[in-house]
Ligand binder design. Structure first.
Ligand code: ZN
Length: 205
């Protein structure tokens, strides 16, 4: 039987996002820890990161304490991994100082706020990692009102902001926001007339 889903992006074939993907070379390597519920979300954005970024690992699970792949990645000797997570002691990403000869790596949790919180609590291997937060969020640049995620930024938007702040080259990551916008535009175009306005307001479209 032929699958309804694209084997590359995991979206339904008619909603395939592969045509909009632009390769992005990133100095800051990325690990995305994805909650299993996010894997088949039509509006999930972690796949955009995984498909666009040259250096990106997408791991699916809830409790990563014993995850061998994560352990191997965290064990790389030349990378200082940082978790994008709103902990009390988080450092704004833009203020992070690079240690000479070492790379900064970015870890993101892909899940609703409630699930991300649980994943962090369960995954003790993440607890020793330094946390970073986003410094300057510019909502007008990111069409948040078009984002159907009630929690605010989607994973790809948060990643683009963090990568931009960490690398000092935000424009390098704009192609991924373009992909995101095209995906959202497509999804909106598939909604029956009036549904989008009822949920997200008239001006947003
Ligand atoms: Zn695809």
């Amino acid at each position: 039987m032929k699958s309804r889903y694209c084997p590359h992006c995991g979206k339904a074939k008619k909603a395939c996002i592969c045509q909009w993907i632009t390769p992005v070379s990133n100095d800051v390597p990325v690990i995305v820890l994805q909650h299993p519920d996010e894997v088949s979300q039509p509006l999930g954005t972690a796949r955009i990161l995984n498909l666009s970024l040259e250096h990106c690992h997408l791991l699916v699970g809830e409790n990563f304490s014993e995850n061998l792949e994560l352990r191997t990645l965290l064990g790389k000797p030349d990378i200082d991994w940082h978790l994008l997570y709103p902990a009390d002691h988080a450092t704004p990403a833009g203020e992070l100082q690079n240690t000479e000869g070492r790379k900064t790596g970015l870890i993101l949790i892909d899940g609703t706020w409630r699930k991300a919180y649980k994943m962090f609590q369960l995954s003790t291997s993440l607890h020793p990692l330094p946390c970073i937060s986003l410094s300057g969020i510019a909502p007008s640049n990111y069409r948040i009102r078009k984002s159907p995620k009630a929690e605010g930024l989607s994973t790809v938007e948060a990643a683009c902001l963090a990568l931009g702040e960490l690398s000092g080259k935000p424009q390098d990551y704009y192609p991924m926001l373009e992909t995101f916008n095209k995906m959202i535009d497509f999804q909106i175009s598939q909604m029956p007339s009036g549904v989008y306005e009822r949920h997200y307001g008239k001006q947003a479209r």
